[in-house]
Design a protein. Structure first.
Length: 279
DNA sequence: CACGAGACCTGTTCGC
DNA sequence: TGCGAACAGGTCTCGT
């Protein structure tokens, strides 16, 4: 589920409080219950239990698709992968189906990591660089510039779609926002990054920021049974809209598999450049 | 270096 | 209706 806008939305809810719970800032972690072993990436379960006890949640942030809870001594990093979600509930609730890790907090609250597909991972580390060290630039930060983006695109003779999904190239884009950004930039997902003109690169840069900002503004996208609250799914222009008309030109949207991911695009607005030596 | 396949998992939806 | 196939917001590892 969660790409940058969804993780940002969850971080914001945990930081400022939600409909039925207060902010988690200042809460003390009284204990952890690990229900699916592999959810905890590091350290060992025993060390995790021992280290997390008594730490206070000081800050709640995000880097790429990682949720960051800065604690008294360490940082708790959470990656939701495909189906993960976080909820705050009374600590007396019985564990719901698919709960993988639960944190008891003071005030009778519990922070629960729910993840049907079990792909999500949690780390407790002193140094976040161990986990976040290879991430690419943060697309909404001021140091992500159109000039720098153009120069980095030039370095890769790779198809655009898989490159945009590569978190070491750019942090936070996932399948939905990559498809939506490419459509707004009128670029075919299989165009080689290195062939983009300066203007095309700048257009893509602006499109990426636009879709992410709109996603955040609409509290993310909610699809299927995972994650609730977001509205961005009502504003997709191509994602999962096979056969429906392109909002720009009316041509039916098509789907391709690129890098093992379903890819949605308008075959009219997003054309592959014709080779110069074509017959 | 660039790319594809397979793995990790469970649940929903689609097609016959 | 039933049942298997296809598909799903992500990332890692291996082989070519």
């Amino acid at each position: 589920m969660p790409e940058l806008p969804e993780v940002e939305t969850i971080a914001s809810i945990l930081r400022h409080g939600g409909d039925h719970h207060p902010s988690l800032l200042g809460k003390t972690i009284l204990g952890a219950h690990l229900l699916w072993e592999r959810t905890l990436a590091s350290p060992s379960p025993a060390e995790f239990q021992e280290k997390i006890f008594g730490q206070v949640i000081r800050e709640i942030g995000r880097r790429g698709k990682y949720l960051l809870l800065s604690l008294s001594r360490d940082t708790l990093l959470i990656h939701l992968r495909m189906s993960g979600d976080l909820l705050v509930e009374p600590s007396t609730n019985p564990p719901a189906p698919h709960h993988r890790l639960m944190f008891d907090l003071d005030g009778g609250l519990r922070l629960s990591f729910n993840d049907p597909r079990k792909f999500g991972r949690v780390w407790l580390v002193a140094d976040t660089q161990v986990v976040l060290g290879n991430l690419g630039p943060e697309p909404l930060s001021s140091d992500f510039t159109p000039e720098g983006f153009y120069e980095r695109l030039q370095r890769y003779n790779r198809q655009l779609k898989p490159l945009l999904l590569d978190q070491t190239f750019l942090a936070g884009l996932g399948n939905i926002y990559a498809d939506e950004a490419l459509h707004r930039a009128k670029l075919h997902p299989q165009v080689s990054a290195a062939t983009l003109s300066r203007t095309q690169a700048e257009h893509l840069w602006a499109s990426i920021r636009q879709v992410l900002q709109e996603g955040i503004q609409r509290s993310g996208a909610s699809i299927d049974w995972v994650y609730r609250g977001g509205e961005f799914q009502h504003h997709f222009r191509v994602y999962r809209r096979v056969g429906m008309p392109c909002p720009e030109c009316g041509t039916p949207i098509r789907r391709l598999v690129i890098g093992q991911r379903g890819t949605h695009f308008c075959p009219s607005c997003q054309r592959l450049p014709t080779p110069l030596n074509a017959p």
